[in-house]
Design a protein around this ligand. Structure first.
Ligand code: NAD
Length: 288
């Protein structure tokens, strides 16, 4: 059993703990939360001890790794501290807020010979894995363009001073919340990006940091990604790859926090489109 401490018991930490409890490979008996009021019932229900001091889990020889579900600007320092204490790290996206911080985090994990992983669970969705397999096999020909969106309206009810709405924690509005998953998958298709044009606007909500994001990414090896991420419209999710012999698209039925499955549609040149339904899957746990 690989024992982790989950750090940050907000929305996502509370999704992750019950998943780990169902795992045969991972265990969790301690969680870290700086604001523990209100999580006593959750902790009792899932049999975890709540501590307020991150450093104390780094000193705990019974803990092999940490799962960071904390605000974005804390990630780099927490990765470095965990790595220096010899703990493996699973960090929720975004890994860091700047390239310099990513390099600082990676340097610390390499120097301490620990493993660093990132919360990009969309890579582990079964229809996305099938999409990647089909595109990489070449059966659809040359990949030309990605079209993708990930919209949600969960942040509309947040108080204006919530960390997720600040320009420091979310500098391109919806990018750190949802757009980053689509960029990650697009890099999985095309490799390294060469140029990006992004525009973020506040059009339909009180989210002063922007609620509507459009990005055009151009890749070194060819191809574009057109990424849309909106925080002022109900959930929608789609990832499509257009190639010169056909195209393939994954449509999400629900937000990843409560998966209800997906529809994978493929269309080959000269043929009809065919759709396959995929049942929900615990891809957040598979990523962990
Ligand atoms: N992979 C996904 O699909 C997904 C989905 C949602 C959120 N996330 C990510 O998860 C992370 C957390 O987001 P959230 O929506 O759960 O935020 P949240 O505000 O709901 O939870 C964050 C929690 O961390 C606590 N905290 C802050 N500083 C701390 C510290 N130093 N030590 C311990 N606890 C601390 C806060 O009190 C809060 O309870 C973010 O990186 C976010 O982008 C990922």
């Amino acid at each position: 059993m690989f024992n982790v401490a989950v750090v940050g018991m907000g929305w996502w930490g509370k999704i992750i703990v019950p998943l780990i409890k169902r795992s045969s490979k991972l265990g969790v008996s301690k969680v870290v939360e700086v604001n523990p009021a209100g999580i006593a019932d959750f902790a009792k229900q899932h049999g975890v001890e709540v501590v307020t001091d991150f450093e104390s889990v780094l000193r705990d020889s019974g803990i092999d790794g940490v799962v960071l579900c904390t605000p974005h600007t804390q990630h780099t320092d927490q990765i470095v501290a965990a790595a220096n204490a010899g703990k493996h790290v699973f960090c929720e996206k975004p890994l860091s807020m700047t390239r310099a911080d990513v390099l600082r985090a990676v340097e610390a994990v390499n120097r301490n010979k620990v493993t660093l992983a990132v919360g990009h669970e969309r890579r582990f969705e079964p229809p996305i894995m099938e999409l990647m397999r089909v595109v990489k096999s070449g059966e659809l020909g040359v990949p030309l363009q990605v079209e993708a969106n990930f919209n949600q309206d969960k942040f509309l009810s947040l108080p204006a001073d919530n960390w997720r709405l600040s320009g420091k924690e979310a500098p391109a509005g919806p990018m750190t919340a949802t757009g980053i998953h689509l960029l990650d998958l697009s890099v999985g298709i095309f490799g390294e990006a060469e140029r990006a044009y992004a525009s973020v606007k506040q059009l339909g909500s009180q989210l002063v940091n922007g609620d509507t994001l459009a990005i055009l990414v151009s890749f070194k090896n060819g191809g574009h990604a057109l990424i849309s991420a909106i925080l002022a419209t109900p959930f929608d999710g789609r990832f499509a790859v257009y190639c010169n012999k056909g195209w393939i698209e994954v449509r999400d039925k629900t937000h990843p926090e409560a998966p209800e499955g997906w529809v994978l549609t493929t269309c080959l040149q000269g043929g009809k489109r065919t759709s396959v339904e995929y049942a929900p899957d615990e891809n957040v746990l598979e990523n962990l």
